[in-house]
Design a protein around this ligand. Sequence first.
Ligand code: PMP
Length: 463
Amino acid sequence: PYMGPSYDEMVRTRDAHLVPCLKSYYKKPLLMTEGHMQWLFDHTGRRYLDLFGGIVTVSVGHCHPKVTAAATEQMNTLWHTTAIYMHPKIQEYAKRLTDKMPGDLKVVYFVNSGSEANDLAMLLARLYTKQFDIISFRNGYHGMSPYVMGITAHSTWRFDVPVAQGVHHAMNPDPYQGLWGGKHCRDSPVQTTRDCSCAPNECEAADKYYTQLEEVFKYSLPRGKVAGLFAESIQGVGGTVQFPKGFLKKAYELVRINGGLCIADEVQTGFGRTGEHFWGFEGHGVRPDIVTMAKGIGNGFPLAAVVTTPAVAESLGQALHFNTFGGNPVACAVGMAVLDVIQEERLQQNSQVVGTYFLQELARLRDQFPCVGDVRGKGLMIGVEMVNDPVTKAPMNNKHFIDLWEDCKNMGVLLGRGALNGNVLRIKPPMCITKEDVDFGVAVLRKALQTHTEKTKRQPGSS
Ligand code: PMP
């Protein structure tokens, strides 16, 4: 049992000594003290099904014994930097990680966080192309360092300081909230309920959003030249938004014709999470020039990476570039153990089977409750968009969203939150969850939706 300082003391210390932007989830933030696989335990010993840990970091399960053992063994042997001495583990891990990549994506630079990885990717694109301008999509999230704050395109993550020099945000190809898209647009077991005239394999919406990207080249870029395009394979913080089928492939072609590099941000979508493939970009049929990864790569350990081709990596040789902890022996030991566990426990397959089941069960809730506007995603990367009414798609009233979310927590299920208006439930559990866990999670959400429906029936017009 937890024997540390009291809950109230922890809150007081937090308020006095931690920065105010650390906004814990829930009205009465949870004080978590233990984790095991898909379960979290608070200071009172209460157990929660963690349907969000996967997005934050935990890919194979909280405190997975094999990952913990690998870290412990390495900690008992050597912790140091690999930036000035060699260590067998960084070589071995670099080989194992890049073996998972297609084509000549065979060179890796290890760093410690997703922001650092995207920072470096931006630098690489600029050095390699000798161009400065970068394109990203509205609603995308790529990190918070000064460089990448600018490619993150959410006003909620903006401060009144100059960022985003040379960055252009293209219209977001969102088949649910966007201007175009409907029934056949997404690469997902569930589609939006909006009718569309596209044939199953020819998405008109993809073409229409593509013309919007062309406009960025026409109007905003110096002589149409670009250093690179950043795209998440499925937008995470933005609320699990999936681009229409075929869009990204066309976007990559446009960028390349104009001399730019294509950067896949796999910070949330990599390592088997989308089920069908190991990397999210594979689902789009594209091959990036640079791939960035973090979070799930280390199952909660600070580890991130940039993978690119030898030709692009060459441009970093022009000057010194150093990262003290990137690829340190402990991080590499953890990274390799994560790859082992994904393979041994068939977690990518589990993501696909359990994720598809989850999506189908959630789609049943959508058909039953009008406030569930959209269910989307792939594998265990799932979003549930809550709306005022399914026709206007206006976001669910914030108070009601919070009540529903808290209700789930009180019944033992933790869900994430995302999108500009904060009205999307994000479901990204550790990849070890089972169908029984899904049944429990869906039952809890159904109960919370019933309570919400009763409440709003009594207060009409306020959903
Ligand atoms: N890219 C994506 C897609 C992310 O979701 C995040 C974090 N939410 C980042 C980059 C930044 O990662 P970090 O917080 O480790 O800097």
